[in-house]
Design a protein around this ligand. Structure first.
Ligand code: NAP
Length: 191
């Protein structure tokens, strides 16, 4: 399908379902596709919308359902998708996990515990895969896009989507990318 001058094919995928992950990868394999780039962008913020009454996003009121929802989509989904995609990843392929400053241990604050835990754990997923895939020439990094005006970020966010994707595009296209790092604004940030 032609889209903004690019040839784009869409494949349905529910990142929380192993069956859906397998079906999506099988479809790509059957089409003879191989991947140079895998961006784990899908994410959820089940605690409460940004800007909601702080009580709603407090760790004092969270529950297992909310915590599991975030971990399934934001942590286990990328982990399982990378595992399933490995057979069709080219040598030198790049994996970019969309994380968040809210998952930074060095900056860890209160509220949004489900989201924070899931992104902190996603950063561990980045490190684990970076360690195991280095000898295949595959790089794995985490990116914080900043606070972006999307459904999740809301209308008060500081950045538009074009600004939000800059660091992801930088890692996706740079020569000799690093691996096992966490980046925002095209620079490494602490975990
Ligand atoms: N916006 C920010 O300020 C901000 C800041 C830091 C990090 N991030 C991260 O950046 C990434 C993109 O966020 P966003 O702001 O674009 O969020 P968004 O507006 O809420 O969009 C989330 C996207 O994830 C998809 N998604 C959710 N659950 C899914 C599932 N189970 N399977 C497949 N896709 C699923 C949604 O698809 P559907 O529309 O089909 O549901 C949607 O395309 C996320 O990982 C987020 O945590 C965002």
């Amino acid at each position: 399908m032609a889209h903004n001058g690019f040839d784009v094919e869409f494949t349905p995928l529910d990142i929380t379902s192993d069956r859906s992950i397998r079906a999506a990868i099988d479809e790509l394999r059957e089409r003879g596709e191989r991947l140079d780039l895998l961006i784990n962008n899908a994410g959820v913020l089940p605690d409460a919308p940004i800007g909601a009454d702080p009580e709603r996003s407090s760790v004092l009121h969270t529950d297992r359902r909310c915590l599991r929802e975030a971990l399934e989509a934001n942590t286990l989904g990328p982990l399982m998708l990378i595992q399933a995609a490995l057979p069709i990843l080219n040598k030198g392929a790049r994996i970019i996990n969309l994380s968040s400053g809210m998952g930074q241990l060095t900056e860890m604050g209160g509220h949004y515990p489900a989201y924070r835990l899931s992104k902190c754990a996603l950063n561990a997923v980045t490190r684990i895969y970076a360690a195991e895939l280095g000898d295949r020439g595959i790089t794995v990094n985490s990116v914080c896009p900043g606070w972006v005006r999307t459904d999740m970020g809301g209308p008060s966010a500081q950045r538009d989507v074009a600004e939000g994707v800059e660091t992801t595009l930088w890692l996706a296209t740079m020569e000799n990318p690093p691996s096992g790092g966490f980046f925002r604004d095209k620079a490494a940030i602490p975990w």
